[in-house]
Design a protein around this ligand. Structure first.
Ligand code: NAP
Length: 168
């Protein structure tokens, strides 16, 4: 079965976004996101897609929206989470991978957490103002399988630690 993997950068206070964008500038985490999602299908909410504005290269984007008129060149459109997972599983198979990546934002993380097999969490060492948050995790249901703190880049607003959690 195709695995569902949530990938998120989360501040100490749970913030993931503010005013439609990220609350920080951390190029090293964007590089990590690129490597983690490369060659894989990615599911994202329409608001997250709007904040990026285009399909990201080297991956396939599946945008979830209730807006029947939404269309954008180079992206798959799903009208529900179930649809997005069906499309994601088919695309994963076509791409020869076993994972569908859910890359945000807050509404999408909340809607998919119960079905997730793994979470790749960048814990950002900041507590910024935010209006989108990662859902609270019940740590009795997740076990940490790896943890790594990449060296802080000179253009990074903060350091971050990548923790990979798997469902118990
Ligand atoms: N730190 C991180 O790792 C990270 C990652 C991604 C995003 N973000 C940030 O998160 C924020 C965006 O998050 P958000 O929670 O506001 O929005 P979001 O999850 O990106 O998108 C929400 C939209 O997705 C669609 N949607 C959600 N659930 C659906 C369902 N069950 N069926 C059909 N459509 C559904 C709806 O689109 P329609 O309104 O078109 O119907 C909804 O308005 C931004 O600030 C962004 O920068 C942070």
């Amino acid at each position: 079965m195709t695995k569902i993997v949530l990938v998120a950068a989360v501040a100490r206070n749970g913030a993931i976004g503010v005013k439609g964008g990220l609350p920080w500038r951390i190029p090293s985490d964007l590089k990590h996101l690129r490597a983690t999602t490369w060659g894989r299908p990615m599911i994202m909410g329409r608001k997250t897609f709007d904040s990026i504005g285009k399909p990201l290269p080297g991956r396939e984007s599946i945008v979830v929206t209730r807006d029947a008129s939404f269309a954008h060149e180079g992206v798959h459109v799903a009208r529900s989470i179930d649809d997005a997972i069906v499309i994601g599983a088919a695309r994963a198979q076509a791409m020869g991978v076993e994972e569908i990546m859910v890359v945000g934002g807050g509404e999408l993380y909340r809607a998919t957490l119960d079905r997730a097999d793994r979470i790749v969490l960048s814990e950002v060492d900041l507590a910024p103002e935010g209006d989108s948050f990662f859902p609270a995790l019940d740590m009795s249901r997740w076990r940490e399988v790896s943890r790594e703190t990449p060296p802080r880049g000179e253009n990074d607003d903060a350091a971050f630690t990548v923790r990979v959690l798997e469902r118990v």
